[in-house]
Design a protein. Structure first.
Length: 315
């Protein structure tokens, strides 16, 4: 999962936009999770761009607008930037433009957003967005204003599953409730996180359950607890294991960390970039009175994870 060759161009800021990235078919949004609704929209962008002989472009923001506008209300991120870029590249997008969402950008009026960004800077030929797309200071701009300005605009209808709209919010709710089957349906794939294996405090090794440690690079994680997982990127086939994602309260931890114990695996993988697929939630994270109690519970978790894979059968 983590070893695919990426050909999509990442454009870090408007100052790096050149003639090669202008005049294409574009879409705009946060694309957090790149769920099935996003995938339908992106597919339409790619097909339209190819039919017109133009480059396809995704315009997205860092930080996400709500992260900047309401910093005290941290919405759990489904995908950090590198994961989002990976998924956008898999969708076949030619170029991804990351715009820094700051005070200056937040103050752009809807008219300025259209004229200075879309028309003057990017020279967009065709724009495809969701039918509820809003933009500009105070979200004053809408589809009608884009068309009035002379832009060629298409809207993409929502994708529905079980008579409800597919959205990043709905994916977060499914993950929070431990409903990974629904999250899988909404995303069109299992939920995963990517990251580099780093050195930890080696406590897992002392307890007899060595772990691969991965920083989350998120203010708030959309999932917390103990999970059955598969790790991709080390061997041809994914490796089964059990993982803890949380602050590790038993040892007084304060920073959220993903710790993965792989079954029947003892190679050194520090520095490797991997993808961790979350298959099933076993339980919430808890604080134990002693390391012996923690070790006993880890043994139970590991056994339950092994049983999960036995029931699933070879794949």
């Amino acid at each position: 999962m983590a070893n695919n060759i990426v050909t999509t161009q990442l454009i870090r800021g408007l100052s790096h936009v050149n003639a090669l990235f202008k005049g294409g078919v574009a879409t705009i949004g946060n694309f957090d999770g790149v769920h099935r609704g996003h995938q339908v929209l992106l597919s339409h962008v790619v097909k339209t761009a190819k039919s017109l002989g133009l480059p396809s472009l995704v315009i997205t923001f860092e930080p996400q607008p709500l992260e900047y506008l309401i910093p005290h209300k941290s919405v759990p991120r489904l995908t950090r930037l590198r994961e989002k870029f990976y998924l956008l590249s898999k969708a076949g997008i030619d170029n991804v433009l990351i715009i820094r969402f700051d005070e200056d950008f937040a103050c752009l009026t809807a008219d300025e957003f259209i004229q200075s960004l879309l028309m003057d800077k990017l020279k967009i030929k065709h724009l495809i967005v969701g039918d509820d797309f809003r933009f500009g200071q105070g979200r004053q701009g809408d589809i009608a204003l884009l068309k009035k300005a002379g832009l060629t605009v298409e809207t993409q209808a929502d994708v529905m599953i079980d008579s409800e709209r597919v959205s990043s919010t709905r994916v977060r709710q499914a993950l929070l409730s431990g409903d990974h089957a629904l999250a899988h349906r909404l995303l069109g794939r299992p939920y995963f996180m990517m990251g580099r294996v780093v050195h930890g405090n080696k406590l897992g090794r002392v307890l007899g359950y060595p772990t691969a440690n991965i920083y989350l690079h998120r203010k708030v994680s959309p999932i917390m607890g103990i999970y059955v997982v598969k790790m991709h990127g080390l061997t041809k086939k994914p490796l089964p294991g059990v993982a803890n994602i949380g602050i590790r309260p038993t040892i007084g931890g304060t920073r959220s960390l993903l710790e993965v114990h792989l079954f029947n695996f003892n190679q050194s993988i520090y520095g490797k970039y991997v993808s961790v697929e979350f298959c099933h939630k076993l339980r919430d994270e808890e604080r134990y009175e002693s390391l012996d109690a923690l070790k006993a519970q880890i043994a139970i978790d590991a056994e339950q994870a092994r049983e999960y894979f036995i029931k699933q059968g070879p794949k």
